[in-house]
Write a new protein. Sequence first.
Lengths: 90, 297
Amino acid sequence: MHCPKCRGVMRTYTRNGVHIEQCDNCRGIFLDYGELEALSNMAANFQAPPPAAPAAPAWGAPAAAVHHHHHGAPHHRPHHGSVFHMLFTT
Amino acid sequence: MPSTLLASLADLGRTTAGPAGVQAEAEVVYDRHSVLVVRVGDVVVKAHQPDRDGGPLLQRRMEVAAGLPDLLLPPLGPRREIEGRVVTVWPYGTPVDPAGPLPWEDGGRLLATLHSGAVPVGAPGWGRPARVARLVSRLEDGPSAAEIRRAFATLPSWIRGETAEPEDGARCLIHGDWHLGQMVRDASGAWRLIDVEDLGVGDPAWDLARPAALFSAGVLPPEDWERLLGAYRAEGGPAVPVAGDPWAALDIPARTLVIQIAATCVISAWEGDRPLEEPEIALVDACRRISTAGIPA
């Protein structure tokens, strides 16, 4: 097979199951149908997972304290008392 | 509140509401902190706080709201003066039901869209979060007040009101005082923001400051905070990075609001001669962690 751009000789490489034709002369690469998608899927899988974001600022309430304030109930309901004022008023 | 002002606001409401307003009862929907809000049918009339800027700045903010009717409830007509008070007229919007599901996602989307739009011509600067220094200066001496003052000392000098505000912050149109009381459904059922008095150009992180503060203090459940932040990010809100650590952007606004809310609670308890409630104690505890974390801004 010859390079469609410079007529050089194309050589086939196989990388992780994807066949890639590369021109020995101009180094151009020819991809068959679906190969670009296969490559980008592979690239996505190789990306390291993003580092876990800090869930709270350094001075945030320790997770245990969130429940400590609430006597077993998961949280105060916001429809009355001080939590209502904190959420609904300036 | 003088009853003649109430009658005058009700009259203005009836006139604005037209034929539908003639039969409508005037209902006081808010009467605190020298603000009187009266509803007449589909119209709401608000007499503003006498000591706030009710002049050209308020007029400009109303014009900004009128230009963004998909985000902010648009005013009905210009500002007026009645019995020496600045008065504005608005369509009635249905407030959030505190006992029902809370519209965190809708809030996140509205704020993200507000922050992402072009800054309207004529929008005033937001300035600085002025309430915190005012509230801290009103604290009576006591152990909680001491904790709050120590946390206040970690804030940047421009927030403490000692130096000019920096010029380098992100420049977006921001609501300026966002909380769930600033969300209403309009006649079509769509969520809109209300209260333009702090609307201006500033760092959008300040619109997330109150929920960020309440989450950090352990008062707002993490799920609620994540619903708000997730919707804000999904809508492309610029206050925080799309992924990764939001706290570099939110730390100072959240710290400021922890201190502001703690001061509000301690003043309210002192004025009401009552002990602090548990969530209020959680805010003072957060102030203690802020000062002991030893991280001056």
